[in-house]
Ligand binder design. Structure first.
Ligand code: IPM
Ligand code: MN
Length: 330
């Protein structure tokens, strides 16, 4: 797999079940004969506990010349929530300008994809705290929405719809979040005008939660902000065969640097080392990586093999499931 002239891929196994599921993804990439030049990076909560390293700027600089990053999961039960998430995952998304988080959901009766804005909203970290720990404590947490950021996300969603079933639903909460919602709604109209062949719909996020469960077949492309997208995509996973199948691509569509591919699930420290982790989400994320790298035919074969295996994972170990997918590619 490590031939020269291959796609340069950085691999971050990370914490918990991350390295286990990534190993199965690599097994499948090997089985299909993907020409990759792989560099592993030891990052995540475990590394942080060893020497305090989270994600140095030099590593980000090194990554800029890669074609893709393949990531398992990061997060450690002994570390304060937010340290690794903000310092590693969000830093990666922001510094590499991975402004689209693409999350497909396919199950009997539906086939839709969520386009989640990935660099703005409440994730930016605007806000602060005053008089912490006193009864007068004040905490604010703003949501940052720029016309440029919203527009490029919406434009991506419309472009994507033209390659699918020509339908885009925007999800927001315009009835309450009237500043951000108004920017999103006006920009949606603006961009939609450039795509007369694409039908549009709008759902408030609370209503979208009902439709995700009761009528997901109505959706083709769903586009939404960073936080709504985070929450809705866990729900999307839950109604599409479980989080064990939910894959994602963090894309820099301008290709000014690498894009990053990771399963939606976390590091699941409770089952780490037991062989119980389902690697299919990581394998589907590897297929998304192949597609973005231009290997559509390989990507389709991996995706098809994964969906063939999905109903036969009961009682199988992580590596048995990886073997079953790999065997279908030989
Ligand atoms: C996800 C995760 C992350 C997010 C966390 C770990 C920061 O939940 O990728 O959906 O909120 O984006
Ligand atoms: Mn999430």
């Amino acid at each position: 797999m490590s031939t020269s002239d291959g796609y340069r891929v950085g691999v971050v196994g990370g914490d918990g079940i991350g390295p286990e599921v990534v190993a199965e993804g690599m097994k499948v990439l090997d089985a299909i004969g993907a020409n990759l030049d792989v560099t592993p990076f030891d990052l995540g909560g475990s590394r942080y506990l060893q020497d305090g390293t989270i994600l140095p700027d030099e590593t980000i600089e090194e990554w800029r010349s890669l074609d893709a990053i393949y990531l398992g999961a990061v997060g450690h039960p002994d570390i304060t929530p937010g340290v690794i998430e903000r310092g590693l995952l969000l830093k990666m998304r922001f510094d590499l300008d991975l402004y689209i988080n693409l999350r497909p959901f396919i199950a009997p009766g539906h086939d839709f994809v969520v386009v989640r804005e990935n660099t703005e909203g409440p994730y930016v970290g605007e806000g602060g705290v005053l008089r912490k720990g006193t009864e007068f404590e004040v905490a604010t947490q703003g949501s940052v929405n720029t016309h440029m950021g919203v527009e490029r996300c919406l434009r991506y969603a419309f472009e994507l719809a033209t390659t699918r079933r020509n339908h885009v639903t925007m999800v927001h909460k315009t009835n309450v979040l009237s500043f951000a919602g108004d920017l999103w709604a006006r920009t949606f109209e603006e961009v939609a005008a450039d795509y007369p062949g694409v039908e549009t719909a709008y759902n408030h996020v609370d209503a979208a939660c009902i439709y995700f469960v009761q009528d997901p077949g109505r959706y083709d492309v769903v586009v939404t902000d960073n936080l709504f997208g985070d929450i809705l995509t866990d729900l999307g996973g839950a109604v599409s065969g479980g989080i064990g199948l939910a894959s994602s691509a963090n894309l820099n569509p301008a290709r000014t640097g690498p894009s990053m591919f990771e399963p939606v699930h976390g590091s699941a420290p409770d089952i780490a080392g037991t062989g119980k982790a389902n690697p299919l989400a990581a394998i589907l994320s590897a297929a998304m990586m192949l597609e973005f790298l231009g290997e559509k035919e390989m990507a389709d074969r991996v995706t098809k093999a994964t969906y063939e295996v999905r109903d036969h994972v009961e009682g199988k170990s992580t590596s048995d499931i990886g073997d079953a997918v790999a065997a279908r590619l030989a």
